[in-house]
Design a protein around this ligand. Structure first.
Ligand code: NAI
Length: 371
């Protein structure tokens, strides 16, 4: 980890003042092998403060998006970067991509800031890693941010090409989640169609909105929640969705729950409230802890691991980055996420492990350089 003197003193202050977010190590997650690299980036002129976490390069360069978010403190941002980058290693491995796992987190400055200048500074930081880490969009970042960064680094993807292939990964992510939900509904709810299946959608953003469209077209009945009332109203109009308050969606009376907002939605308090029998959504790190996945399993709820089913976006930006294939091939590759769900359920049936534990073991067994 690279620490500037100013930032390290702030970090130590945060360590002392907020023990709740204190990681046991700055180099990795509790009980896990350390990350390969964690770069702390600060640029006084633009106000940039960011972490670039490289979890593993065993399969190739670490590939994963850049989150732009307001955090309570620097340690919360570091923790997010550590957790998200580990998730990217598992996601890229299960998607059979020749990439390792990494993620960047930029702390959104309080007050006014010059966005293009901030992302230029971040692009220079990505370039300084000489390709060990490749960036793309994540929550809070846009294709325009990626375009701006491309002036400063070659190691960026998620930029539209020829009007169709590449660019915003969110529709591909939504498609992968959609095919996974269909596979889960077939296997766990014994229903061949989504017609009349009630799906609770938490978050109607870039991914959630596209997912809502796919589900609606297949006849699912949507129950939606978002902290943005405008998006909820639009979903009621466009998809004839029912709406519930944001703090009630986890316990909504639905068959399927699709979390598409932020992480750690399932913990000791929320798991007992879930009424859905299947969970499949785009949000990263939905389980606060692995034990929460066990608790869902014990309740007979099939939890489809986020990093297995939300890989559509990384498949898209990875193929774009390597200049491989075209739109049709990427869609076919993303559609295979449905088959991976079937394979996971078969593996879990033979091992006797809950599917979330099985997915973890399966992904970790693939954290080696592909042939
Ligand atoms: P987004 O920022 O476009 O949308 C998030 C939506 O959730 C917003 O509409 C927001 O108002 C809403 N929201 C926030 N807090 C909420 C709450 N407490 N209750 C209900 N709604 C809430 O983000 P995006 O890109 O749609 O991503 C959603 C999730 O999927 C994130 O966790 C992201 O990391 C993950 N993901 C996204 C990928 C992509 O291609 N965009 C790829 C893989 C994962």
């Amino acid at each position: 980890m690279t620490l500037s003197s100013e930032s390290s003193s702030e970090l130590i202050h945060a360590l002392r003042s907020d023990p709740a977010t204190l990681p046991t190590s700055l180099f990795g997650l509790p009980g896990e092998p350390p990350h390969e690299r964690v770069l702390l980036v600060a640029d006084e002129q633009t106000g940039l403060k960011a972490f670039i976490a490289v979890h593993s390069t065993a399969r190739g360069p670490a590939f994963g998006g850049c989150r732009f978010w307001r955090y309570d403190n620097e340690l919360a941002a570091l923790n997010d970067a550590l957790r998200l980058s580990q998730g990217m290693s598992l996601k890229n491995a299960l998607a059979d991509l020749p990439f390792g796992g990494g993620k960047a987190v930029i702390i959104k400055p309080a007050g006014e800031f010059d966005r293009p200048a901030l992302f230029s500074a971040f692009g220079r930081a990505v370039q300084s890693l000489s390709g060990v880490y490749i960036t793309a969009e994540d929550v809070g970042t846009t294709t325009d941010d990626m375009l701006g960064m491309r002036e400063h680094t070659a190691f960026v993807s998620g930029i539209p090409r020829d009007g169709s292939f590449g660019g915003d990964p969110s529709p591909k992510t939504a498609w992968g989640v959609f095919v996974a939900i269909k596979a889960g509904v077939r296997a766990h709810l014994q229903r061949d169609s989504l017609d009349g299946v009630r799906v609770g959608l938490q978050g109607l953003g870039a991914v959630g909105w596209h997912l809502a469209g796919f589900l609606h077209l297949e006849g699912a009945k949507l129950v939606v929640a978002d902290v943005d009332a405008g998006r909820v109203k639009r979903a009621q109009e466009v998809f004839n969705a029912d709406a519930v308050p944001a703090d009630e969606i986890i316990g909504a009376d639905v068959d399927v729950l699709a979390p598409c907002a932020l992480g750690a939605v399932f913990d000791e308090r929320s798991v007992p409230k879930v009424r859905a029998r299947l969970i499949g959504g785009a949000a990263n790190n939905q389980l606060a802890k692995p034990d929460d996945g066990d608790a869902l399993h014990q309740r007979g709820i099939l939890y489809l691991p986020d990093y297995l089913i939300n890989a559509g976006g990384i498949v898209s930006v990875a193929r774009e980055y390597r200049n491989e294939g075209d739109e049709q091939m990427v869609m076919a590759e993303v559609t295979r996420i449905g088959e991976r769900v079937d394979e996971l359920l078969q593996r879990a049936a033979s091992s006797g492990l809950p599917p979330a534990r099985e997915a973890d073991a399966w992904a970790r067994s693939k954290l080696v350089r592909p042939d």
